[in-house]
Ligand binder design. Structure first.
Ligand SMILES: Cc1cc2nc3c(=O)[nH]c(=O)nc-3n(C[C@H](O)[C@H](O)[C@H](O)COP(=O)(O)OP(=O)(O)OC[C@H]3O[C@@H](n4cnc5c(N)ncnc54)[C@H](O)[C@@H]3O)c2cc1C
Length: 386
């Protein structure tokens, strides 16, 4: 890394910290409680260029390296990981497949407005019958002239209320497994598309998440991303890139849990001493420090792989995502414990950390899936380069 790059990175992260303290911290409690995606705040973030942090300047991005991008998401997620998610979407769950498999025209048409904050998008992979086994999807598509007709239902789809379009997936023939899957951009205003968000979720509350139903929805051939049958690869590009940002968001939350615990342990007195003096409280702090620092190393190695040009660092992505989310869950649990009764009060942020940490263990590949994959890489049953 050049000295200039290091200076630029530090300056950017200082700006992110400042923005998070001034603009996000005072508002996050309210929009979390109201289950409202903070569109106005995300547009401010777009104005700073951060939605396109790692995206090529040809599509309006800043063209930053993956390590800086990762640290940006980690930093902002210390205050609110939903803003981290917004920053990650154009290059991650929504954009990565389009950036890798889309045409130049498609990237200009769909990615550039996302980067500018002029439009929002969601990604519809999961179905009511299952999210882990993507190849077994039941949503169907058929070609009729210059159009595809799509029928099916997706579940647990985020950005449901704000998305102007969805990157979604359907199969030409379920018997073909992965090779039958096609990827499409489906605009919200297409006839036959309906959405219904779930309310009162445990965590990720500002993110409207719910059902996306496609009933005889017609899209032009130009909305297909990649070739016919290449949709599974488009989905994997999205999900695998998404794992880096999920890990960064979980790590930011874990660091926030540690920071809140240290402050509270110095403030709260029990039996005439700061609770931080109790060795069993110290033990929780120690586990958090070890967890956070270990997760950070795994995550930064993943980012460095991307910077070195490794297109699919799948083993590192599994390690980073699984470990960071497990660390976040453990850290948030301890943070609530250290805060005692106040830990379950929404007046303190640790209650939100606790609710949100659980979700990280489920999304972008559940942690049992990653645990199995990590063992399979170690045992030689799975090829990390395949
Ligand atoms: C807040 C939130 C937002 C989401 N946003 C989106 C979105 O924007 N787009 C989208 O497409 N999806 C989204 N999802 C869905 C998410 O990706 C799925 O929930 C996830 O992939 C798991 O799928 P599932 O819930 O169907 O669980 P299942 O696949 O039914 O798995 C259930 C459980 O079985 C176990 N299990 C499953 N597979 C294995 C395995 N291979 N080895 C061992 N154990 C296993 C695990 O314990 C797992 O948790 C979101 C989910 C949530 C909660």
């Amino acid at each position: 890394m050049t000295a200039d790059l290091a200076v630029d990175r530090e300056a950017l992260l200082a700006a992110v910290r400042d923005f998070a303290e001034r603009e996000i911290a005072p508002r996050v409690g309210a929009y979390d409680r109201e289950e409202r995606f903070p569109v106005e705040l995300v547009r401010e973030v777009a104005g700073l260029g951060w939605l396109g942090a790692v995206i090529d300047p040809r599509y309006g991005g800043l063209g930053l390296d993956w390590l800086t991008f990762t640290q940006l998401i980690e930093e902002v997620s210390r205050t609110c990981h939903i803003i981290g998610l917004a920053i990650s979407m154009p290059s991650g769950l929504v954009g990565a497949g389009i950036l890798r498999y889309g045409t130049e025209e498609q990237k200009q048409r769909w990615i550039a407005p996302l980067v500018r904050g002029e439009s929002f998008a969601g990604a519809g992979v999961t179905e009511p019958g299952g999210g882990t086994d993507v190849a077994s999807m039941t949503t169907r598509c058929r070609r009729e002239g210059d159009e595809y007709v799509i029928n099916g239902a997706k579940a647990w789809i985020s950005m449901l209320d704000t998305a102007d379009w969805f990157l979604t997936f359907a199969t030409l023939d379920p018997a073909k497994g992965r090779d039958g899957v096609c990827a499409f951009v489906v605009e919200r205003d297409r006839a036959g598309l309906t959405t219904s968000p779930y309310r009162n979720k445990l965590g990720f509350r500002p993110l409207a998440t719910g059902d996306l139903v496609l009933d005889e929805v017609r899209v032009p051939v130009g909305n297909r991303i990649g070739a016919e049958g290449e949709g599974y690869r488009v989905a994997m590009a999205a999900v695998e890139t998404g794992r880096l940002s999920v890990a960064a968001r979980a790590l930011g939350l874990a660091q926030a849990s540690l920071d809140a615990s240290v402050s509270y342990a110095r403030l709260r007195h029990v039996l005439g001493q700061e609770i931080g003096r109790f060795q069993l409280v110290q033990s929780m702090i120690t586990d958090m420090v070890v967890g956070v620092e270990g997760a950070r190393q795994l995550l930064y190695e993943l980012a460095r792989d991307r910077d070195a040009g490794v297109a699919r660092p799948r083993r590192r992505a599994s390690l980073a995502k699984m470990h960071a989310s497990d660390v976040a869950m453990a850290a948030a649990t301890s943070a609530v414990q250290i805060h005692g009764a106040y830990g379950i009060s929404e007046d303190y942020p640790v209650a939100r950390y606790f609710r949100d940490a659980k979700v990280f263990q489920i999304v972008e590949g559940n942690n049992q899936l990653h645990r199995g994959m990590v063992a399979e890489y170690a045992l030689g049953y799975r090829d990390p380069d395949r």
